[in-house]
Design a binder for this molecule. Structure first.
Ligand code: P6P
Length: 347
């Protein structure tokens, strides 16, 4: 049977299982955890598609056809990921962008050896204008002894300790992109079969970048180094040839990252002085920057906060923010050079 002219149908379950042999001590728990996240993606995708309809219902202040109160989709996504993972015995603890503190495993369930950190629905404010949004996940091994409740210390691990990371993008098609440290692999949801099928094996960022992504509205609030860097992205100043980049900014991190991963380019969200909360950047380290940095490096790219490699940053709090430059490795390293030169050693 052929599908999209391929002679082999590889489901995500099959692919994850094939990856398992890289981990001799694999008990299958990581494999099953990734299955569970794929199922979360299917469930969330089914709701995101209806969002417009629900919005119409929501506008009457009424209830949806099942008599349920219309839930905010990001809360729905958060509940879905939590409920599909709280009882499996695979996790020691969870952390979510939607919840202020770590999420313990209910005492009635066994704890496991993994830690799941997630952004259940990043960019959800874009849903009502039909812009792609995404769920992001990061998986670590616990550091505290098995059998005890997971702790904040289990969550505050640098990205270089990740054992798996990925995202589900809800766009023109629903895709799950993940890595367990052996390359980045993309799966597209076949709604008829209800299966994620391998569509983008071993993704590598194109050697020649085509795009840069930044919110130019914050230009007046950037540091001198960031200003000069973005000017470099626009003009290629000092380079033997123009960079020839196009600006593409969707305002949805997963969508911007996904386009640059496949098309080649750099996304940046620098620190800015416009909002006191963003003087250290807007995006979150643990469940946005670090998992995407892991994928970027697995695909031949890089990620920095402008001073250091994202994956080397030792987290100090669950929801800490970082400036983010992610994608094409040369362009990321150029950001570090400009910031060091024009903003000083450790501004
Ligand atoms: P701004 C969405 O709200 C988000 O968290 C990311 O998905 C996105 O990259 C960023 O914020 C956009 O922020 O300030 O440009 O609207």
């Amino acid at each position: 049977m052929t599908l999209n002219n391929t002679t082999q149908i590889t489901t995500i379950e099959r692919h994850i299982l094939d990856q398992q042999h890289h981990y001799p001590d694999a008990s299958g728990a990581l494999t099953n955890l990734l299955y569970d996240l794929a199922l979360c993606g299917k469930i969330i995708a089914s709701k995101v598609i209806q969002a417009g309809l629900m919005d119409v219902l929501g506008k009457t202040g009424g209830e949806n056809v099942q008599g349920e109160e219309v839930q905010k989709l990001d809360e729905f996504a958060d509940e879905t990921i939590y409920k599909l993972n709280d009882h499996t015995g695979r996790l020691a603890v969870m952390g979510s962008e939607e919840r202020p503190d770590i999420i313990p495993i209910p005492p009635k369930y066994k704890t496991g050896k993994y830690v799941l950190l997630y952004d259940p629905l990043d960019g959800s404010s874009n849903i009502d204008v039909n812009v792609s949004v995404g769920s992001i996940f990061a998986i670590y091994r616990r550091k505290t002894p098995e059998g005890s409740p997971g702790t904040l210390a289990d969550c505050l691990q640098p990205g270089k300790e990740l054992i798996a990371a990925g995202y589900i993008i809800y766009g023109s098609s629903t895709m799950l992109v993940y890595s367990t440290g052996n390359g980045v692999h993309g799966f597209t949801l076949n709604r008829m079969l209800g299966e994620f099928l391998l569509s983008h094996p071993d993704i590598k960022m194109p050697a020649k970048p085509k795009f840069y992504s930044v919110n130019q509205a914050y230009e007046p609030f950037w540091s001198p180094g960031v200003l000069r860097y973005v000017r470099y992205l626009q003009t290629g100043e000092g380079e033997p040839e123009k960079l020839g980049l196009s600006l593409r900014y969707i305002g949805s991190l997963v969508a911007d990252f996904h386009r640059n991963l496949l098309g080649g380019g750099l996304f940046c969200y620098p620190a800015d002085r416009k909002d006191p909360k963003k003087t250290g950047g807007k995006l979150r380290l643990l469940y946005e920057a670090a998992p995407l940095a892991y994928l970027a490096e697995q695909a031949g790219g890089y990620a920095t906060d402008g001073r250091q490699r994202i994956l080397d940053i030792e987290p100090t709090s669950l929801h800490q923010r970082v400036p983010l430059f992610i994608g094409d490795k040369n362009l990321c390293l150029k950001a570090e050079q400009y910031i060091k030169k024009f903003d000083g050693p450790g501004a």
